[in-house]
Design a protein around this ligand. Structure first.
Ligand code: NDP
Ligand code: OXD
Length: 310
């Protein structure tokens, strides 16, 4: 028998169980707790958002399906050798990120942080209004999310560029690659959207030096991970006017502690990591397709490269 062990919230687990029974009845689906349960050699597949402290309970494990697009919560050196770690690559999660990026970029493009601040102090002072075509948006990371966000924003008329590790070609997007192109890319990014994965190479990437390379009065959207941002550097850049505003969907830690300055900074809009939320109805299609590929000996979509870390 082959089993799929789901670790997570019981209510969502029941939904996954129902969908699995409908879509892949040959696989025995069970909801497991990390802390309880005997050794189970029938479990070949594990679905979980967070890593397990110990995988020895599942000695026949072949694939861990991370139930999100990012996998920085996993210490890859602790994933047993020979076990693949696969992230979610599926249209549902991407569509929500496109929506959130639209919300955040529009808010900054149309100066919402400034007007919220004005409203709180009873001020009425219009800023210059630019058409979208004259607003240059730069997207850090042109993978599953970055490419889709660029497509949505260009469709809305924004002038988009993007930056990635390896070269890309995307319609109507000025694509830059590698460290040598970073300065050029930043200099043309009036609204910078971070959609990088969090790795050793990108931790702390949104820092004072990067902010100084943006046009004066630029804005930031961080939809990647809180660990990308050096918060004190952001506050310094906002307070001296180098940056005009920021939208943060992610933070380190989540949630920020009570009284943390991010809760009250006038030029920061903070949301509680809701850029996208994994929807079992669409996520299951990606997981089931990958199980079918795995069983057929084919490469799965979204398998993490342990060397790159994403
Ligand atoms: P992908 O792996 O598909 O894309 C990552 C992109 O970043 C690639 O273009 C990659 O370049 C680029 N990149 C990685 N490292 C570097 C580097 N050192 N220098 C330059 N470019 C780099 O990831 P996704 O698009 O699916 O997701 C991105 C991140 O979004 C996730 O890791 C997660 O942190 C975040 N996320 C946040 C959510 C939220 O709710 N806020 C929801 C979902 C995801 P290359 O193409 O050359 O490899
Ligand atoms: C994800 C997330 O990585 O929700 O999917 O952040």
């Amino acid at each position: 028998m082959t089993s799929f062990a789901y670790r997570g919230d019981l209510q969502r687990g029941c939904l996954w169980a129902r969908l699995f029974a409908e879509r892949m009845p040959a696989i025995d689906f069970r909801v497991v707790s990390e802390l309880e349960g005997d050794v189970d050699a029938t479990v070949h597949y594990l679905g979980t958002w967070a890593p397990l402290a110990d995988y020895s309970r599942f000695p026949s494990l072949k694939v861990i399906f991370a139930l999100g697009a990012g996998v920085d919560q996993f210490d890859l050196s602790l994933v047993p050798p020979g076990v693949a770690l696969v992230r979610l690559e599926e249209p549902g999660i991407v569509g929500m990120m496109q929506d959130y990026a639209t919300l955040a970029v529009m808010a900054l493009h149309r100066d919402l942080p400034i007007y919220l601040e004005q409203q709180r102090r009873g001020a009425w002072s219009p800023e210059a209004v630019l058409p979208a075509a004259r607003r240059r948006v730069g997207i850090l990371g042109l993978g599953q999310m970055g490419a889709a966000v660029a497509a949505r924003l260009t469709a809305l008329g924004f002038s988009c560029s993007g930056w990635s590790r390896t070269p890309k070609a995307l319609p109507d997007v000025r694509c830059h690659a590698g460290n040598s192109a970073l300065g050029t890319f930043l200099a043309e990014s009036e609204i910078l959207v971070c959609l990088l994965p969090l790795t050793a190479a990108t931790r702390g990437f949104l820092n004072a030096a990067l902010f100084a390379a943006l046009p004066t009065g630029a804005s930031l959207v961080n939809m990647g991970r809180g660990g990308h941002l050096r918060f004190d550097d952001l506050v310094a850049a906002l307070d001296r006017g180098q940056l005009a505003g920021a939208v943060l969907d992610v933070f380190e830690p989540e949630p920020p502690p009570p009284g943390h300055p991010v809760w009250s900074h006038q030029r920061i809009l903070l949301t509680p990591h809701v850029g996208s939320v994994t929807n079992p109805e669409s996520a299951i299609e990606a997981v089931i397709a990958n199980i079918a590929r795995h069983r057929a000996g084919e490469p799965m979509r979204g398998e993490i490269d342990r060397l790159k870390g994403y």
